[in-house]
Design a protein around this ligand. Structure first.
Ligand code: SF4
Ligand code: SF4
Length: 182
């Protein structure tokens, strides 16, 4: 039996009641990920977007999650504390039915990477810039088996190598075709 290893789980807790819709998180995320770093800022390139409906006092910060090729056939409507949220308000997907979480020039999906490209950061940039404290960063340790760990690392390395050779869109299309077959 393989010895379990420790893995750090990172998460950001979102308090929608504290968010005031200032969009500082969008600005700093896009600036942090621009090349060279901090050379420009454009919320359309941000990996966090704030769903805003000021007249209804609705502000929902949403982190970019996975890419999905197909939009949902059915939609959910949320009513919380008397507020009615739009159908896609809480969805993290980069999806064909809306423009957010897509790189504006290439159309490639954007995904939150927890700002891991700078290992010196104590907290992700959006958390640091949220003066309203609507975003709170947390880390915890979890045990994973050596095998799980190796599979994920091999998969990541393989995908990056393929993308460097063929481009992310071709890799994405190939994965999509194969997932339909299986
Ligand atoms: S920086 Fe904080 S308060 Fe401002 S929009 Fe983002 S989550 Fe909301
Ligand atoms: S954690 Fe980093 S990559 Fe993710 S949304 Fe915040 S600033 Fe962007």
């Amino acid at each position: 039996m393989t010895e379990p290893k420790k893995k750090i789980i990172k998460r950001i807790i979102i308090d929608v009641d504290k968010c005031n819709g200032c969009r500082g998180c969008e600005v700093i995320c896009s600036a942090f990920h621009s090349a060279p770093r901090y050379s420009s800022n454009n919320p359309a390139r941000s990996r966090i977007r704030v769903i805003r409906e000021p007249l209804s006092d609705i502000y929902v910060p949403v982190y970019a999650g996975e890419y999905t090729a197909a939009e949902c056939a059915g939609r959910d409507k949320y009513k919380i504390d008397g507020k009615e949220y739009e159908e896609c308000a809480f969805c993290r997907a980069s999806c064909p039915s809306r423009d957010i979480f897509k790189e504006p020039d290439s159309g490639l999906p954007l995904k939150c990477d927890m700002c891991e490209s700078d290992p010196t950061l104590k907290e992700p940039m959006c958390v640091q810039w949220c003066l309203a404290e609507a975003l709170v960063y947390e880390e915890r340790e979890e045990e994973v088996t050596e095998e799980d760990h190796e599979v994920v690392e091999e998969l990541d390395a393989g995908l990056v190598a393929l993308a460097n050779k063929h481009g992310w869109s071709k890799v994405r299309d190939a994965i999509e075709r194969n997932s339909k077959k299986s």
